[in-house]
Ligand binder design. Structure first.
Ligand code: NAI
Length: 245
């Protein structure tokens, strides 16, 4: 119970990696605000957490909308009193080769992955500076280094890394840590959409020989969210089974 009495927000927690994170933080004793654009999925995660004896609420929110994020933080502070941990996990992909990528595909991905993360980091920074404590963990991606067919997604995730490192430097003296996590290839709805051929190629590039599980990412996040990780900040940490060098 490393996170007993801590209050956590996890965005995109309705399924996939975010759900794994929310469940893990709750198991470690945190009270979790499960945030998602999909009410059905979000409520499902809250049900899972409560089934395991944990504490959670669902807060509907589109992180791309600043007013939604303000309402989210107000709701969590009203309900639980504060925010100790923020995990920015919500993200989307709209893949396409650069020469065919539409402006809409570009805008959508930047709006959610980068601007949405900024909205949440800013709201958390205002609150955590005041209380002189906080843990912010942003989910970037191995693709931030560049990936064919993902110009929009890679740019958004590289932006998340830059945002994380800047926030880490600004907030260090307030006892707030900020780190970015880069999952490699994790088995979720996002990756299950790829053709079997692409799936097999991806697995062949992973020295561990398997796709990652949401729990593989969640275990690292539980540590970074804990008091034990108080001197680790401005880092970019890979969870890729050896895939990312
Ligand atoms: P997923 O598509 O399975 O789940 C994403 C969740 O975010 C969904 O529940 C969705 O409803 C929610 N969401 C989407 N847009 C939202 C918005 N505007 N506001 C609030 N919630 C929103 O995706 P997955 O695979 O679980 O990915 C989670 C994060 O990990 C994403 O940021 C993704 O880019 C990143 N990632 C995933 C990898 C993978 O292999 N699955 C690899 C590297 C990074």
């Amino acid at each position: 119970m490393r996170l007993k009495e801590k209050i956590a927000i996890v965005t995109g927690a309705g399924r996939g990696i975010g759900q794994g994170i929310a469940v893990k933080l709750a198991k470690e004793g945190a009270k979790v605000a499960v945030v998602d654009i999909s009410a059905e999925n979000g409520e499902n995660t809250v049900f899972l957490i409560k089934e395991n004896g944990g504490e959670a609420i669902f807060v509907p929110c589109n992180i791309a909308k600043q007013e939604d994020v303000e309402a989210l933080f107000n709701k969590v502070v009203t309900e639980y009193g504060t925010v100790d941990i923020l995990v920015n996990n919500a993200g989307i992909n709209r893949d396409g080769m650069l020469h065919k990528l539409t402006r809409e595909q570009w805008d959508e991905v930047i709006a959610v992955n980068l601007t949405g993360t900024f909205h949440c980091v800013q709201a958390a920074a205002q609150l955590m500076r005041e209380k002189q404590y906080g843990r912010i963990i942003n989910i970037a991606s191995a693709s931030w280094l560049g990936n064919i067919g993902q110009a929009n997604y890679a740019a958004s995730k590289a932006g998340v890394v830059g945002l994380s490192k800047t926030a880490a430097r600004e907030l260090a003296k307030y006892n707030v840590t900020v780190n970015a996590i880069c999952p490699g290839f994790i088995d979720t709805d996002m990756t299950r959409g790829v053709p079997k051929k692409v799936w097999d190629i991806m697995i062949s590039k992973i020295p561990m020989g398997r796709a990652g599980k949401p729990e593989d990412v969640a275990n690292l996040i539980a540590f970074l969210a804990s008091d034990e990780a108080g001197y680790i900040t401005a880092e970019v940490l890979n969870v890729g089974g050896g895939m990312i060098l």
